[in-house]
Design a protein around this ligand. Structure first.
Ligand code: ATR
Length: 285
């Protein structure tokens, strides 16, 4: 890669940021398409979020991904925010177009594309979503638009109830809320077709954990875990052993990254290049 005076700069802001895969994925994608772009990671403390976002204009950065803990805070400093990002109160992608800053959230579309790529149909189906954090909210909103029914279970039940209310109001669909207790999971899972884990349970270094007791999993389920480190989570292993269809967190990571890439470059993302480089890196860590 040759960086010149004309190279367009994108990046990711967050704190911590050291373990992000975004630079690896996006630089590989830019290179594969021979685009004169470069992608960097910036560790930005919460007190500097406003300065960092305004810095996009000052330094003429083309785009930023936003990760923990700034996905809501950045919204205060943008010019326009996409409706779905507004509804879920979370922005993970910023585009700088002639000094106007546009906010998007690509987590929902990433989850939807990962499911569809794996042949999981949503129409007429019931989804059980675990989690009610930033990623879960965006995923819930996008998937609830397509599916028939949704249940949201979260460790902090209040959060799940808040999300259910928000979705009911914005989509006019019935959304059930509950806790992550095995009895709640069992009750809601028995008539669900798709299970999505959007909690961080099972993420390295707690890779031996799963949010779902293995005996509740069955073959006529599709299971997607948004955790991608480890590449195959305990939940994914248990789901596979039960004969369920498994959609990996890497697929979701790649598709949400691809959607950001397309917003910044206007080009179709090289999905396979991105997946290959992400997997190669994840298998090393
Ligand atoms: P993200 O941007 O990845 O969604 P987040 O907004 O911090 O991150 O959300 C993390 C999610 O994982 C939340 O649903 C959180 O549950 P709470 O709302 O109760 O905090 C869930 N989570 C994190 N650690 C958990 C644990 N040990 N057990 C169960 N749920 C957990």
């Amino acid at each position: 890669m040759i960086v010149t005076g004309k190279t367009r700069v994108c990046g990711v802001i967050g704190d911590p940021i050291e373990h992000t895969l975004s630079p690896i994925i996006h630089n590989a994608a830019f290179e594969a398409l021979n685009l004169d772009y470069v992608f960097l990671a910036f560790k930005v403390k919460s007190a500097w979020v406003e300065a960092a976002v305004n810095g996009m204009r000052a330094l003429n950065l083309r785009g930023l991904n936003v990760t923990m803990p700034h996905k809501s805070a950045v919204m205060n400093y943008l010019d326009r925010i996409d409706l779905s990002a507004q509804i879920v109160n979370s922005v993970n992608t910023i585009l700088n177009k002639e000094n106007l800053l546009f906010g998007f959230n690509t987590d929902g579309i990433g989850a939807l594309k990962a499911l569809k790529e794996n042949g999981v149909e949503l129409k007429g189906r019931k989804i059980l979503l675990l989690g009610a954090g930033g990623a879960a909210r965006a995923i819930a909103y996008t998937l609830a638009k397509e599916a028939d029914e949704l249940a949201v279970l979260n460790r902090t039940v209040k959060q799940a109830e808040g999300l259910a209310k928000l979705l009911e109001k914005s989509l006019s669909k019935k959304v059930v809320a509950g806790s992550l207790k095995p009895s709640d999971i069992q009750r809601n899972l028995q008539d669900s077709d798709i299970l999505v884990n959007a909690t961080s349970v099972g993420m390295s270094p707690n890779a031996e954990e799963s949010p779902v007791p293995p005996k509740l999993l069955r073959s006529n389920l599709a299971v997607m875990d948004i955790v991608y480190n480890p590449v195959e989570t305990k939940l994914a292993q248990d789901a596979k052993a039960a004969g369920a269809k498994v959609v990996s967190g890497v697929d979701m990571l790649i598709h949400q990254g691809a959607a950001s890439f397309e917003i910044w470059t206007g080009k179709s993302a090289p999905i396979e290049v991105m997946r290959k480089v992400a997997l190669k890196h994840l298998q090393k860590v």
